[in-house]
Write a protein that binds this ligand. Structure first.
Ligand code: CS2
Ligand code: MG
Length: 402
């Protein structure tokens, strides 16, 4: 089998998505997600100008060799742009291989390790009552695990919380919007929030919380400790993770489980965190961390240290990434949980999917491949619109973490 063509499809059915489609001389094709939120066009150029010409004529069944060729051959290893581009190729090639084998992708990976995949959804509110309301709605929809984020009293807007109480999109404007952050107000309020959620909804539901890299390690230790009575499933991205060693400080102070990794793109970003058992869940997923080929390596390594997977699944990861991730989740022995931030109907009209939701769990579907495809002619109707992630400043104007 030979690769005859590869094309990059950019569309914006409510948000931007970049898709790589690889065609072969046997008529089989595969698709991979290449969306890097707020920096989409850089991956488009990386693919079109460099990777696509290198793929033509190659045997698509040699997934490992192509991965190594693109990774080592660039000379410039790692980095979100290059690794997202490699992930798109890798996902499309696994799609082709599973289609050629006439198997759903999870079978090719080793078969399923569970009956269904537990997902967590988001409950967001501008204040305490509306957040409690959102948690109640998520429970009514059958979710067993809920990420709770709330507006903070005295802080005008909070990342991850829609101003109008509706759905939120992280990339919210043509140029980065700016918001004000107060660590003090956040740290004082958040334990009260979780105390109320537990008081109202009891202990059976899994609760998660995302700090979006806003704290220092000692502040994260304090938050984790104060949240201990509410038994969180995890506290996510408490600090920026360039300094892996800094997680030791968090660990020393709290037994609240720690999740990190949605912005990682390499196994080396989490090596120390995993082997020193400084985290409990690794969040890196298919599209930003080099595809299934590298994720398999990360997950197997993590299993040695009791670290489980908890893949990123926000809306900026396209349904293709979600489909591939769910096949991976079905197989991976050390699965923890999968994030699910539902795509809109419009997005799902462009991307057809085989995965199904029922009562807090997903199944990936039985179609051969990863089960997600793109309607190219419909995609054309929704051209790219630049949208950036916001930046944060402290009350005195200092630029703050992410
Ligand atoms: C978030 C995301 O889903 C999450 O855990 O952190 O909203 C994230 O900020 C976006 O995916 C960024 O693109
Ligand atoms: Mg997050």
């Amino acid at each position: 089998m030979k690769i005859t063509e590869a094309k990059v499809i950019v569309c914006c059915p409510g948000r931007n998505f970049v898709t790589l489609k690889i065609m072969t001389d046997e008529g089989l094709y595969g698709v991979g997600d290449a969306t890097l939120n707020g920096r989409e066009k850089s991956v488009v150029a990386y693919l079109e100008d460099y990777i696509v010409p290198m793929l033509i004529g190659k045997d698509p069944q040699r997934i490992e060799d192509i991965w190594q060729y693109l990774y080592r051959g660039a000379y410039w290893r790692r980095g979100p742009v290059g690794m997202t581009a490699i992930a798109a190729v890798d996902t499309a090639l696994w799609d082709i291989k599973a289609k050629a084998a006439n198997m759903p992708l999870y079978q090719l990976l080793g078969g399923r390790s569970r009956d269904k995949i537990m997902v967590y959804t988001h409950a967001n509110g501008a204040d305490l009552p509306s957040t409690l309301d959102a948690v109640g709605k998520a429970i009514d929809q059958g979710y067993k695990a809920i990420r709770v984020q709330s507006g903070i009293p005295g802080v005008a807007s909070t990342y991850g919380v829609a101003k109008d109480g509706g759905k939120y999109e992280p990339a919210d404007s043509d140029l980065p919007s700016e918001s004000v952050w107060s660590t003090e107000k956040y740290l004082n309020y958040t334990p009260t929030l979780f105390a109320e959620v537990r008081r109202q909804y009891g202990d059976d539901i899994h609760l998660l919380h995302d700090v979006h890299h806003r704290l220092t390690p000692i502040e994260a230790g304090r938050l984790g400790k104060e949240l201990e009575p509410y038994h969180l499933f995890w506290m996510e991205d408490a600090v920026p993770a360039e300094n892996q060693e800094s997680f030791k400080l968090i660990r020393q102070h709290t037994t609240t489980p720690i999740a990190v990794g949605e912005v990682f793109n390499s196994i080396h970003d989490c090596r120390e965190l995993i082997q020193n058992q400084l985290i409990d869940y690794i969040r890196s997923t298919i599209v930003h961390a080099g595809g299934i080929t590298q994720l398999r390596r990360i997950a197997d390594f993590a299993a040695l240290y009791h670290v489980r997977t908890g893949f990123h699944g926000a809306t900026d990861l396209s349904p293709i990434c979600m489909g591939a991730a769910l096949h991976f989740d079905y197989w991976v022995p050390n699965f923890g949980i999968q994030e699910h931030m539902p795509h809109s109907e419009l997005m799902e009209s462009v991307f057809s999917r085989d995965y199904q939701y029922k009562d807090g769990y997903f199944t990936p579907g039985e179609k051969s491949g990863h089960g997600v495809d793109i309607d190219e002619s419909l995609a054309k109707k929704y051209p790219y619109q630049r949208a950036c992630l916001p930046v944060n400043r402290l009350e005195d104007g200092t630029l703050w973490n992410w």
